[in-house]
Every structure is written in structure tokens, then in C-alpha cells.
Ligand binder design. Structure first.
Ligand SMILES: Cc1cc2nc3c(=O)[nH]c(=O)nc-3n(C[C@H](O)[C@H](O)[C@H](O)COP(=O)(O)OP(=O)(O)OC[C@H]3O[C@@H](n4cnc5c(N)ncnc54)[C@H](O)[C@@H]3O)c2cc1C
Length: 528
């Protein structure tokens, strides 16, 4: 039989011996990644009537999410209501693991009765498993559990030419498991280390580094209603005190703070999530330093970690620019620079932004735009001129925070929380569809915020800030552009007109050539 088969093949040299390539699967939308950004977007897109065809592409789709996400309750409830209205349900119930009615901070040294500041805003811990369930139960999108293998080296240029192929209607990918897949609109939700799209000025990024443990605790400092200085019915956002540390100079110059989420007791044993965090630094502080500080700080309060249930190594790049213009693939979430450049908050911003992204995708599909036009159209809806200016304002915030020692940061934040609630919360949210963002929505409101803030912080921190503003202004016009009407124009994605697909080619170059030909015709000798 085998001989016969070989003979047949020999007689018909045109018959290929290899297996035929499986047909490429085509979708309206391909979303790479399976973090909160990607799955929330897939759910929003497919929860409407007559949804587009959507596929999630990620090897990690079935794996649980790892980070402990924290958020302000007012943001979460706004997002839950919006998702509810789009038929993506249960974010406010399944998606929440714990609620604290108030949030505390410690900026001054001394006993908690003197140093504690309650900011009067409630906080939640997101239920990672519950939120994932909200986005995966009854899913109407396809899932391909493979990764892309593309490595972007220049806008729309990839190291391996086979990994991504652009054509007039579709973008096709050869995935890690050999599957061929293509989509009209391609979304990059592969996180901060994306290799699918490019963002500039990443060398200017700072890093939020934090070492966290979810643990049971023991010791003389553990009481019914408190663990050390931390009250069990409140979340602690910042404890910047340094009195419990031996090496005060080191902590002063490389500041970290404790972030505390007291959780429900298990078998009468108080459980708590502690995280020693460097807000933003370049280079990032060491995880080991955070870990030893965490234990030292707790020891000073008579608290000892008993059993560790989970460790968290948090690494969040912050700042840099948003996606480079002219790319055919749309970067969202951490991949798209949605991380708040001076706080590291991102989950609410991404979930909220996706409401805009989902609408833009549907509109682009209805308009039958070519892939490059669709990308430009969607980017333009995400990054309005004002949203870029708001982000630039926060990038300066991150730069300033990186220049401060612990005294500067204590001064900065104690002044920050003396601002009216809509102003400080608006700065932490800074996404136009989140509550209180209107207090940052235009240049004069941002200027008003800045000037009011300067009146709340200690004079030394104020002088430092004034100095940094001057130095920063020599480097870039971004801050002045954000808080004054000067240098008003920000280059928008749509205006860049860098890339318009195969049929139209590069419109900007063509019109420039046309203009130059006209100029030459008008001049001596004329042009052809
Ligand atoms: C430890 C930690 C704690 C954080 N805590 C908070 C917090 O409390 N509050 C807050 O607002 N923000 C927080 N953040 C920031 C931010 O919310 C998270 O980073 C968030 O997970 C980003 O979501 P994302 O979906 O954009 O990206 P990610 O969650 O990073 O998801 C990226 C996805 O892409 C997939 N992927 C990667 N490469 C490929 C490939 N080649 N092909 C296909 N798929 C690929 C990955 O498997 C993953 O599924 C935290 C971040 C970290 C790291």
C-alpha cells in the first residue's frame, strides 16, 4: 500500500507531500491579549444586537489574572452603570471583592491619632476572578489560545515578515501554534511590554514598583478593630511615615509608602493585604528593599506576618508617550499608554476608555473604512486633543514626583488631599468619562488646579515645584500647552494623515508633492 502511494506521488510530481495550510479565519475585530482591557472590550463589542465577529487571541486566556486591582468606588460604580447599560452585567457585585467606606493616609510622623488623615472617599478591591467571569460568562466572541509572534521595529514594520501581513482589507497573523488568522480591525491589548505597537519616549518612563503580601498577622499590635496603626474598616492609601525605619536616610532619599487593604477574617484570623510601594522612580527601586521595609514597618507597629497566602510583585511603567501615529494596529489599555502617568492607576481608565473604543470600532465597521483609516479613526476618538493635554499634565506630575524625597512627597500629598474633593479626585481619574474629570477638562481648569494646589503645599515643596516647572518648560512645551492657551495645537491622529492604505497611499506625501509641483510650475523654468 505504502509502495503504491509513493508510486502515485512519484507519477504526479505536482501533488504536494506536505499537509495543506489550514484556511485563514477572518474576523471583523481581532483583539490580542486577555487582560481586563482586552476582555472588557470583547464583551462590550459582542453584547449588542448584530455584533461584529470578534476573536480574543491569547495563550493566557484560561489563566487567572494576577494583580490585586484597587479603585475608587465612585469610578467603579460609574463604570458598572455604563457597562450595565451595554448589557455587560454584574461589575458592581461580582466584580467587587471588598469595599471600604473611607480611605486613610499618614503623612506626618507620630501616633495615628495625630497623623491619620481620612480623605472621605470609599475604595474597593476588584475581584479578579469575579470581574473575569463578568467578561467571559456567556461570551459571544471566539478565543484562540495562541500568541502573536510579531516584533514591531518601526511603525507597521515587523522583524519577521510572515508574522504579520498587511493587505488592503485585512491584517493577517501567523500565530505561535501555527494558526492563520486575520481581522479588519486589530486591537493590541497585550500590556505594557507590547511588541505589536510602538510608543515613543519610553526611555523617559518611571516605574512603580511594589512588593505585596496577602497574609494573616499576629503580634501585640493586632487588635479587634486595628492591625498596627491601620483601622480595619478603612483602606490605607499612603503611609509615608519613616519613624519605624533604622536607615532613615535611605528611606528619605528613595521613598516608599505602605498601601493596606484589611480584608475579612478567615477562621478568626485577620487577613490583610500590605504593599510597600515606590510610587514612581527612574530607575525603579528594588523589590528586595520594598520587602524588607514592609516587614520593618510592621515590626515597628508590633505586627508580624504569620502566614503568607499570596505575594505580589508589581511593576508598572508610567509616562512616555501614547501610541506612535500612523500605526495600523490600535493599542489600548497598558499597551496604549492608558496608565495614569503619575499614579499608576489604570484599570478604571481602560474600562472606561473601552466604552469609547467599542463605539468607534462599530462606527468604523459601519463606514466600511480601510484598515489604516479605521485605526486612525479609532485612535482619534480615544486621544482627543484635550485628552492628550490632560495626559501631558500628568506626565509632568510624574516627573516632579520622581525628583522628590520623602519630605517633598509628604508635603505634596498632604496639600493634595486638602484640595476640594472634585479637584483631587479629578486628577487621579483624569479620564473624560470618569467622574470629576471635568475639573481638569480644559486649560484654565488645569491652571486653576495648579495654582490652588500651590497654595495648599508647604512653601519648600512649592518652591521645588516652581523650579521643576521652569526646568521642564525648557525641555518641552507640553506643560505650558496643557495649562495655558499658548501653543494650542496638538497633532491629532487624524490630522497626521500619515498612512491611508494601499489604494490611497501616503496622502500627506502625495499632497506635499502636489504642492511642490505647483510651486515649481509657478517658478522659473516650471516643473513637469
Ligand atoms: C501587580 C500589578 C498591580 C496593579 N494594580 C493596579 C491597581 O490596583 N489599580 C489600577 O488601576 N491598576 C493597577 N495596575 C495597572 C494595570 O491596571 C494593570 O497592569 C492591568 O493588568 C493592565 O491591563 P491590560 O489588560 O491593559 O494589560 P495586561 O493585564 O498586562 O494584559 C496583557 C495581556 O496580553 C497577553 N499577551 C502578552 N503578550 C501576548 C502575545 N504575544 N500575544 C497575545 N497575547 C499576549 C497577556 O497574556 C495578558 O493577557 C497594576 C499592575 C500590576 C502589574
Amino acid at each position: 500500500m505504502l509502495l503504491l502511494l509513493l508510486l502515485l506521488c512519484a507519477l504526479q510530481p505536482s501533488v504536494p507531500l506536505s499537509l495543506p495550510t489550514p484556511p485563514t479565519k477572518n474576523y471583523d475585530v481581532l483583539i490580542f491579549g486577555s487582560g481586563p482591557t482586552s476582555l472588557s472590550l470583547a464583551s462590550l463589542l459582542t453584547s449588542s444586537s448584530s455584533p461584529p465577529t470578534v476573536a480574543i487571541v491569547s495563550k493566557d486566556f484560561s489563566k487567572p489574572w494576577i494583580p490585586n486591582y484597587g479603585a475608587w468606588e465612585t469610578e467603579w460604580s460609574t463604570i458598572s452603570n455604563s457597562y450595565d447599560s451595554k448589557n455587560v452585567k454584574n461589575l458592581s457585585t461580582l466584580g467587587v471583592d471588598h469595599r471600604w467606606p473611607d480611605t486613610s493616609c499618614y503623612f506626618n510622623e507620630g501616633p495615628p491619632s495625630e497623623s491619620r488623615v481620612n480623605v472621605g472617599a470609599s475604595y474597593i478591591r476588584v475581584s479578579r476572578a469575579g470581574l473575569k467571569e463578568c467578561f467571559t460568562d456567556n461570551k459571544k466572541y471566539s478565543v484562540v489560545e495562541e500568541n502573536h509572534v510579531a516584533r514591531c521595529v518601526a511603525p507597521n514594520v515587523y522583524e519577521d515578515g510572515e508574522a504579520v501581513v498587511f493587505d488592503g482589507e485585512f491584517t493577517s497573523f501567523k500565530l505561535s501554534g501555527g494558526t492563520s488568522i486575520s481581522g479588519k480591525i486589530i486591537i493590541d491589548g497585550t500590556g505594557a511590554e507590547s511588541t505589536l505597537t510602538l510608543r515613543d519616549k519610553r526611555e523617559n518612563e518611571g516605574y512603580q514598583i511594589a512588593y505585596g503580601v496577602e497574609a494573616s498577622v499576629k503580634g501585640e499590635g493586632v487588635g479587634e478593630d486595628r492591625v498596627g496603626d491601620y483601622e480595619r474598616d478603612k483602606m490605607t492609601l499612603f503611609d509615608y511615615r519613616i519613624e519605624n525605619f533604622k536607615e532613615k536616610d535611605k528611606v528619605t532619599n528613595q521613598p516608599t509608602f505602605m498601601y493596606v487593604m484589611p480584608l475579612k477574617s478567615v477562621n478568626n484570623s485577620p487577613r490583610i493585604f500590605f504593599e510597600e510601594t515606590s510610587l514612581v522612580a527612574r530607575p525603579g527601586v528594588s523589590f528586595r528593599a520594598c520587602k524588607s521595609r514592609l516587614h520593618e514597618r510592621l515590626k515597628g507597629m508590633g505586627v508580624e506576618v504569620d502566614e503568607v497566602f499570596e505575594e505580589e510583585f508589581c511593576y508598572i511603567p508610567m509616562g512616555g508617550e501614547v501610541a506612535r501615529k500612523g500605526q495600523r494596529i490600535v493599542a489600548v489599555g497598558a499597551a496604549g499608554g492608558l496608565v495614569h502617568p503619575s499614579t499608576g492607576y489604570q484599570i478604571c481608565r481602560s474600562l472606561s476608555c473601552n466604552l469609547i473604543v467599542a463605539e468607534a470600532i462599530k462606527e468604523a465597521l459601519d463606514l466600511k473604512l480601510k484598515p489604516d483609516e479605521s485605526a486612525e479613526f479609532i485612535y482619534d476618538k480615544i486621544w482627543t486633543e484635550e485628552q492628550i493635554k490632560v495626559r501631558n499634565f500628568a506626565v509632568f506630575g510624574g516627573e516632579f514626583l520622581m525628583t522628590q524625597n520623602v519630605e517633598g512627597l509628604k508635603g505634596f500629598f498632604s496639600g493634595f488631599f486638602k484640595l476640594p474633593y472634585p479637584m483631587w479626585h479629578g486628577f487621579l481619574a483624569q479620564w473624560r468619562t470618569l467622574p470629576n474629570s471635568e475639573s481638569h477638562e480644559n486649560w484654565w481648569r488645569r491652571m486653576f488646579f495648579g495654582v490652588t494646589f500651590l497654595t495648599k503645599i508647604p512653601p519648600k515643596t512649592g518652591l521645588n515645584m516652581a523650579k521643576e516647572i521652569v526646568l521642564y518648560t525648557f525641555k518641552t512645551k507640553d506643560l505650558i500647552q496643557s495649562v495655558t492657551p499658548l501653543f494650542s495645537g496638538v497633532e491629532k491622529f487624524k490630522e497626521s494623515g500619515r498612512f491611508r492604505g494601499e489604494t490611497e497611499g501616503d496622502v500627506a506625501c502625495k499632497s506635499e508633492a502636489r504642492e511642490m509641483i505647483e510651486e515649481s510650475k509657478g517658478g522659473e523654468g516650471g516643473g513637469r
